[in-house]
Design a protein around this ligand. Structure first.
Ligand code: SF4
Length: 474
């Protein structure tokens, strides 16, 4: 499962803003590894440098040195809309002359196609396949005079998830959709201001956290200081997967550090799904903290059974078929001496399609584990996401197609336990109604998603599509 990008922005006259952005993007690399980019402005013109690859592969001293200015925005991309190619790499520069903006987007616009058609009919040109360009052109198409009201105009038309950093020749903006689906926070560095997807990016560049940017809020930063405008929203819908998996465990969202929240998920699993076992392990890296929590509550000793090849990441070098066939072996190496004859509780963050978990179970059993008891932090995922998480169609989601005992057999585990929705909410320790949990419940925050869900279902039905598990419909 992949999330769709990390964004950053800095307003700091006198600072090397491109370098600050580079190091912030490093800290946000987990949010997207396909492309990286930085845009800067010296007050007269906007410059951008964006390429395919990891932050460390994209930038050099030379490219950073050319990005001069006092304002910068940056972006790490995982594509959920628009293919993975360099023209879709962000930040995007959109517009002409003084009416140009640079924009970086985390999220997914649900009504992008409709808006694209409307803007094309008005004569707006599109050069990428990204919904981010729709946002930018919608802002530019506004009849309003100032940038804040232009952004507000766009916000009234956009449906979906968007946490944005946006820049003109002399101002930086941070924008968060009224549902607050993706996180966005505000900080300060050496008298300047920074905006980031996650607070971990602030820590790494020596910036201090000020506060979250609220759902529906526009923060505007310029030589006149900092201003805030708020579009009143209704329901909030922060993606619960930020706590389970997407965000880094050293980030703070809504005042809750993610690391103890993930430990509490493991404790909740131990309470809800106790089992006799010899050792507990979390699948690295995302379930390590939850594994510790399970061990702590159950008093079963914590061990490492799998080591992760952390640097395999994304690379431009395509694996050949023989390497591809190795599957999870390329990513994980088991420790047979630790696993031999053991009854192992394996804690993982989620099961989506169910394609990876059987390989992990097989790897551990081949390495000598006697029993594998899978414990999963996310409740069963039965509905697709329309908010920008590259998950699967409903027909590919294993929990939409199989019962829990059937999934247990499919993955080859001796037992399987998912954390309940109540257990998850208790672990996060925040009010349930601020979250989107639509992929567990089907309760989508906006009606259009419900329609998309129905449409996807009808399409699958009419095409007589049987899905990857060979089951027509439950
Ligand atoms: S549907 Fe699931 S993955 Fe998508 S935003 Fe909601 S909680 Fe997150």
């Amino acid at each position: 499962m992949h999330e769709s990008c990390g964004v950053f922005g800095v307003y700091a006259p006198g600072e090397d803003v491109a370098r600050l952005t580079f190091f912030a993007l490093f800290a946000l690399q987990h949010r997207g590894q396909e492309s990286a980019g930085i845009a800067t402005t010296d007050g007269k013109k906007l410059l951008v440098y964006a390429r395919m690859g990891l932050v460390s592969q994209v930038f050099s001293e030379d490219s950073l040195g050319q990005l001069k200015g006092s304002i910068a925005i940056g972006h790490n991309r995982y594509s959920t809309r628009g293919s993975s190619r360099v023209s879709n790499a962000q930040p995007l520069l959109v517009g002409k002359g003084s009416n140009t903006i640079a924009i970086a987007h985390n999220g997914n616009i649900i009504n992008a196609e409709h808006l694209y058609q409307e803007l094309s009919d008005q004569g707006y040109n599109f050069h990428t396949g990204a919904d981010t360009e729709v946002i930018a052109n919608l802002i530019l198409s506004s009849p309003e005079k100032d940038w804040v009201n232009k952004i507000r105009y766009a916000m009234h038309r956009l449906q979906g998830a968007y946490s944005l950093t946006l820049m003109t020749n002399n101002s930086l903006f941070g924008v968060r959709d009224p549902f607050g689906v993706r996180p966005l926070c505000l900080g300060t560095v050496n008298g300047g201001r920074v905006i980031a997807s996650e607070s971990c990016a602030l820590d790494h560049i020596g910036a201090s956290f000020i506060r979250e940017i609220e759902p529906g809020e526009i923060v505007s930063i310029s030589e006149n200081g900092i201003d805030s405008y708020r579009e009143e929203g209704g329901r909030r819908a922060l993606c619960i997967f930020e706590y389970i998996y997407f965000a880094r465990p050293d980030s703070v969202i809504n005042g809750r550090l993610l690391y103890p929240a993930r430990q509490a998920m493991g404790e909740g699993l131990a309470q809800e799904h106790a089992v006799d076992a010899d050792m507990v392990m979390g699948v690295p890296d995302s379930a390590i903290a939850a594994g510790i929590g399970y061990s702590r509550w159950s008093n079963i000793s914590l061990c490492e059974g799998l080591l992760k090849n952390r640097y395999v990441g994304r690379t431009f070098i395509e694996p050949d078929q023989r390497i591809r066939d190795l599957g999870v072996k390329l990513k994980f190496n088991p420790l047979p001496q630790m696993l031999d004859g053991q009854r192992v509780v394996v804690v993982d963050d989620s099961i989506v399609r169910g394609t990876t978990t059987p390989s992990v179970v097989k790897l551990l059993k081949r390495a000598g584990a006697r029993e594998i008891h899978m414990r999963i932090c996310a409740p069963p995922i039965r509905y697709p996401c329309f908010f920008g998480v590259d998950m699967a169609t409903r027909w590919e989601l294993i929990a939409a197609q199989k019962t829990i005992p059937e999934i247990r057999d499919f993955i080859g585990a001796d037992s399987l336990g998912y954390l309940s929705i109540d257990g998850l909410v208790k672990a996060v320790a925040l009010p349930k109604d601020i979250f989107c949990m639509a992929c567990f419940t089907g309760d989508y925050p906006i009606p259009v998603q419900l329609e998309m869900g129905k449409l996807a279902l009808e399409t699958a039905m009419s095409a007589d599509y049987q899905g990857p598990f060979g089951i027509k419909q439950r």
